[in-house]
Design a protein around this ligand. Sequence first.
Ligand SMILES: Cc1cc2nc3c(=O)[nH]c(=O)nc-3n(C[C@H](O)[C@H](O)[C@H](O)COP(=O)(O)OP(=O)(O)OC[C@H]3O[C@@H](n4cnc5c(N)ncnc54)[C@H](O)[C@@H]3O)c2cc1C
Length: 245
Amino acid sequence: MAPVTRATARPHGWQWRIPLQHRLGNGYAFSSDHVSEDEATAYLLSHLDGQPLAEPNLIRFTAGRRKKSWLKNVVAIGLSAGFMEPLESQSIHLIQVGISRLMAHFPDRAFRQADIDRYNRVMTFEYEKIRDFLILHFKATRRNDTPYWDYLREMPVPEYLADKIDLFRGSGRVFRENEELFNDTSWFAVFIGQGILPQAWDPMADTMDEGVFKARMAEIKAVIARSAEVMPDHMDFIGQNCAAA
Ligand SMILES: Cc1cc2nc3c(=O)[nH]c(=O)nc-3n(C[C@H](O)[C@H](O)[C@H](O)COP(=O)(O)OP(=O)(O)OC[C@H]3O[C@@H](n4cnc5c(N)ncnc54)[C@H](O)[C@@H]3O)c2cc1C
């Protein structure tokens, strides 16, 4: 059993495949502007690794968020505040962040507008930074086989993302702003994985002694190899810790 979820680009969206102990969870996140529900359902059913165990369940959503998560004495958290895309599985993180930021700005009965405004500002930041990282996956596509992917490749993107792409293309650097969720390793994975490569390296690398640099890289490689060796096998781990009844 694969220990990972697989996400695969499809003609009008992407398909997930989540190995569970008793079945494979499958779904197709597609754009209803580009393909009908019937066609998408038929496509999903013909791209499963086995026989379907149930009829597909259609979930419609409009990507976006409330302009104000907190209004007067009501705070929207989780899906009531917004939803973007399941690709990076960040929905539960946004619930957690909504709760922790609410704790940080917790009001008394005065419900001071300054607290409310700041909460809404920080939540907007959370949503927008995650949005930009999600958009990168689609914008950086090299697929050109359907109008859906053509649209995504050509679409304008938010300025923050455009800057992030330019900075990485220039010298391979990613800067994490404040407490945004996705760190540099996440951005590297999508940039490099989707074929966006830097034209030059970080000039700071030139200040390092090449021998020291190579030794350090070899050390990292060895630590990863040793860690992998002592890790339990995926199925063994499940068997010992959380086997289905
Ligand atoms: C197949 C699938 C896979 C997912 N995988 C991930 C993942 O890997 N990682 C991740 O972070 N997220 C994932 N999500 C998303 C995540 O599960 C949801 O975003 C999250 O559970 C939403 O929680 P919530 O409390 O905001 O909303 P909900 O769980 O929808 O809770 C809202 C509750 O309010 C109730 N309600 C609605 N209207 C009213 C009303 N008028 N009065 C009283 N009660 C009402 C509803 O009955 C419900 O119980 C996945 C979702 C799906 C469908």
